[in-house]
Each structure stands twice: as C-alpha cells, then as structure tokens.
Design a protein around this ligand. Structure first.
Ligand code: PAZ
Length: 319
C-alpha cells in the first residue's frame, strides 16, 4: 500500500522546475565532500547531513492562489545547520523559501532597516552596535559557502519537498553510514493530489467549499528502507498533547526504524525536547534565552552518529 501510494504521489506530482541543475549540484557537492576527511575522525570520511527545515505548503489550485500552511519558521533547521557545520559536517539544507536561514537568525523581521545608517550620499553601513554580530555572521556564512560545506535547496510545496528529499536521499546512499538525515521540517500530513486539484482559482459563487484531503504517503519508511538504508536517520515529532508525545515518538522510532526521534510540544519546543532512541530518553532543556537548544541536540547526535558508524563498521567487518 505504502509503495503504491508513494509511486502514485511521485508519478502525478508536478516535476521540479530545475531538477537537472539541482541533481548536478547535489552530485558534485556529495562527491567533493565525501572525499574529504572528517575533523573529529583522524582520517575518517567527512560526514554529510541533510537538514530539512520549515513548513511545506499544500496548494488548493494548480494555478495557486490559496494554500494550506503551518506554523514552522525554520528556526530549528537554520540553527541546527550552523551547529552541524561547526561540528565538521557538510550540510545539505532543504528549506522552505523565505524561512529562517543559517547565520541570519539574529536579523529582525520587522526592523531590518535599523541595522543600517546612511553615512554619505553614496554609502550605507551597518550601525556600530550591530557590527560585531554582522561581521561574525558574514565570516561564518562565507566560510561555509566558499569552503563548499553548505548546499541550500529551497522548496515551497509538499510536492517540491518530497521530490527534493528523494533526490538527496538516493544521491546520498553512496555516503552510507556517514550520512545523516535530520528531518526538522513540518511536513503536511494531508494534501490534494495534483491530478484531482482544481486548475483555476476556486470560485465562491458555488457556496461553501467542500474538499477532501488525501493522506500524504508515509515517506519515512521509504527513506529508511529504499532510499537511504544505511543512513543515520533522525526524525522530529511535534504534538500539542503531552500525554501522547513520547508514545508517538516511540511508535515512529519502531515503525519507521529511525535511529533517533526528537519529541517536542508546540507550547515548549523552543525550551525543551526529548531525544528518544532505542532504550534511552534524554531531556534537553535550555537554561536561558541566549542559549541555543540546537547546540545541545547536535552535540548529542554527533556522539550517537559516531557510535553508529563504529558499531555498524564493526558488524560489517565481522561478517
Ligand atoms: O521551524 P520551527 O523552529 O518554528 O519549529 C521546529 C519544529 C517544531 C517544526 C520541529 O522541531 C519539529 O517538530 N518538526 C516536525 C514536526 C512534525 O511532527 O511534523
């Protein structure tokens, strides 16, 4: 059932506009980074992580005027990308267009212009009080981009997101144990299949809108079983009811054979997460608003990923 649903999802989805160019960039990024060595592994291969970030939209019309969206800002994915880069990973950042970006998290949405001063007729400069933070961000961002350790791939709709994830996962299968998926995007559970979607703007003259949404096929099991069977997979589980959070996270861990599930509640996800893995639950809390919870999550995951690489490599060499 899952296989048929996912085949029909991809067969009917509008193809990615720039698929050939994206595939070429991706191949080049993976080839270059997997031939480098990882800083914490004396000569071991460089690790590559695919971070997904932000919410997917669900269009209601093919020539889209209206869509269903969700609350995700992309902050978690952007912050996590920064900490993965710091830990020596190369990062493929699949992100929602217009969502929060790595090294730009400190930029205010509504008072961006307060960062600048007009100094002379032809010159604009960053105001003194923000110079340090802007310089640091430009330095770190340029290092990641010019050093070839960060590849940014944008999406808007659920169709684009899942096609990108499939493309990245199948391309990353060559990286095997050294690849990680960190799936922080808030992905729609329901959608309108492209072939049953209204072509033009839905008219209101017909009265109330009665619309049936289909279930988005569960791609976590496809990711684990087909696209990237050796990768270290971390998925996120968001709930609003604390009574069911851990149980749902454990279900995802077992059902989709994830290595780790990060469980969080809508009311507290910026302050606290529970990292659930086989037989272990680690609660991570931030102590102050100046601290990034993501720094602690990535530290923990880096260690688990190292153990996974060692134990899988050991198991392979014994067979
Ligand atoms: O993007 P953001 O920082 O606003 O939110 C992060 C999050 C809550 C979307 C993420 O931590 C998460 O739980 N993602 C998975 C959501 C889900 O269960 O589909």
């Amino acid at each position: 059932m899952v296989a048929a649903d996912q085949e029909s999802f991809f067969a009917t989805a509008p193809p990615l506009g720039d698929a050939v160019a994206v595939a070429a960039k991706l191949q080049e990024f993976i080839a270059r980074n997997s031939s480098r060595s990882h800083p914490s592994e004396g000569g071991g291969r460089r690790r590559i992580v695919c971070v997904t970030s932000g919410g997917t939209t669900v269009p209601l019309e093919q020539r889209c005027v209206r869509y269903i969206d969700n609350f995700s800002s992309g902050h978690r994915g952007a912050a996590s990308t920064e900490y993965f880069l710091k830990a020596g990973y190369a990062v493929i950042f699949i992100h929602r267009r217009g969502s929060c970006q790595p090294f730009c998290r400190f930029l205010p949405d509504d008072s961006f212009l307060n960062f600048f001063d007009i100094t002379t007729e032809s010159k604009v400069q960053v105001v003194e009080s923000h110079t340090t933070v802007v310089k640091k961000a430009i330095g770190e961002y340029s290092k990641a981009i010019e050093g070839g350790s960060l590849l940014k791939l944008p999406f808007t709709t659920i169709f684009e997101y899942l096609q990108l994830l499939k493309m990245v996962a199948t391309s990353m299968s060559s990286v095997g144990l050294h690849g990680m998926f960190y799936l922080a995007a808030a992905v729609s559970d329901f959608y309108v299949p492209w072939d049953s979607m209204a072509k033009h703007k839905i008219q209101s003259a017909g009265g109330p809108l009665d619309m049936k949404l289909s279930q988005v096929p569960k791609m976590l099991s496809v990711l684990r079983n087909q696209w990237a069977p050796l990768a270290f997979c971390v998925s996120f589980k968001l709930e609003t009811d604390s009574e069911i959070l851990i149980q749902k996270a454990e279900m995802a861990l077992n059902k989709y054979k994830m290595n780790v599930v990060v469980a969080n509640l809508l009311a507290t996800y910026k302050e606290e997460v529970v990292v659930v893995s086989n037989g272990e639950r680690n609660t991570i809390r931030r102590c102050s608003k100046d601290e990034d919870l993501e720094e602690h999550i990535i530290m923990l995951l880096e260690k688990s990923h190292s153990k996974y690489i060692c134990s899988s490599a050991d198991a392979c060499s014994k067979n």
